[in-house]
Ligand binder design. Structure first.
Ligand code: ADP
Ligand code: MG
Length: 265
């Protein structure tokens, strides 16, 4: 195998790659050189105090907040820019960026379902409006996604009649229906009553067991310990520690992480 083949094999295993991401808002540097690789089929959990830049990092990864510096790659494609003349990066068109973004699914703390649409219509919406799919095909895919999150019996329910946990599961089904290559979860259980957290984590455990590539920002340390292949601890816009759950959660090496974890014991 020559060097180029070796390289393409190595990068082929990486679903999403961030290199030296820098992002400021005004004079405040929110991300200060963050690098992270996520391999296909793996789960990365990101822990960190409020304000450490976790949401901003996810928004940089899918270009909702384009970084000021650094690179993001989905597979072999650089997000946001491409090689131009003289090998200089040039911005991609809005259409190309939307196409890249559709390869990354995102689930937020707030579910943002359409209140006037029933459950299956909520899940079909993106398939029809973004992917241009026929209603019949969209409803087949939506039904399958709802089955995966345990809501096969709720197609015609309206969001307001569902619990928060069920609404978040619809949110997950809506994202799964779009068949992204990587899924970003931004504190998906933080808005839920404690008794509803478990059903959403159970769906996420199922996705992880099915080799779904996921980056999960969460305060659920027990979930991270069980499910993550890689745990990342962020503080002050930097990755402070990164490693296996047993390294990072059970044997933290920095005082900042030890202090952060104490809150969850
Ligand atoms: P986390 O998700 O870890 O709680 P965030 O990424 O949401 O942290 O925010 C990190 C910092 O960036 C916070 O101080 C926040 O106020 C600031 N910030 C985030 N988004 C914006 C924005 N759009 N404009 C200005 N400041 C922002
Ligand atoms: Mg956040």
């Amino acid at each position: 195998m020559n060097q180029a083949e070796l390289h393409s094999n190595v990068t082929g295993a990486i679903a999403l790659r961030a290199r030296d991401i820098v992002k400021s808002f005004g004079s405040q540097r929110i991300l200060d050189g963050v690098s992270l690789d996520i391999e296909r089929g793996k789960v990365v959990c990101i822990l960190g105090p409020s304000g450490s830049g976790k949401s901003t990092l996810l928004r940089c990864l899918n270009w909702l907040a384009p970084p000021d510096a650094g690179e993001v790659w989905i597979g072999d494609e650089r997000v946001g820019v491409k090689e131009g003349p003289q090998s200089k990066p040039v911005p991609r068109s809005g259409r190309e960026i939307r196409a890249q973004r559709s390869r990354i699914g995102m689930v937020f703390q707030s579910f943002n379902l359409w209140p006037h649409m029933n459950v299956i219509e909520n899940v079909m919406e993106g398939l029809i409006s973004v992917k241009g799919m026929a209603r019949l095909d969209a409803s087949d895919i939506a039904a399958e996604a709802l089955r995966k999150v345990g809501l096969a019996g709720k197609h015609t329910a309206v969001p307001a009649s569902l619990s928060g946990g069920q609404q978040q599961r619809v949110g997950i089904a809506r994202m799964l229906a779009m068949a992204p290559e990587v899924i970003l979860f931004d504190e998906p259980t933080s808005a839920l009553d404690p008794e509803l957290v478990g059903e959403v984590l159970a769906v996420m455990r199922g996705l992880a067991a099915a080799q779904t590539t996921m980056i999960v920002v969460t305060h659920e340390v027990a979930f991270a310990r069980d499910v993550a292949d890689l745990v990342v601890f962020m503080d002050g816009g930097k990755i402070v520690e990164m490693g296996s759950p047993s390294q990072v959660i059970d044997q933290p090496s920095s005082a900042r992480l030890r202090q952060f974890l104490q809150r969850f014991n």
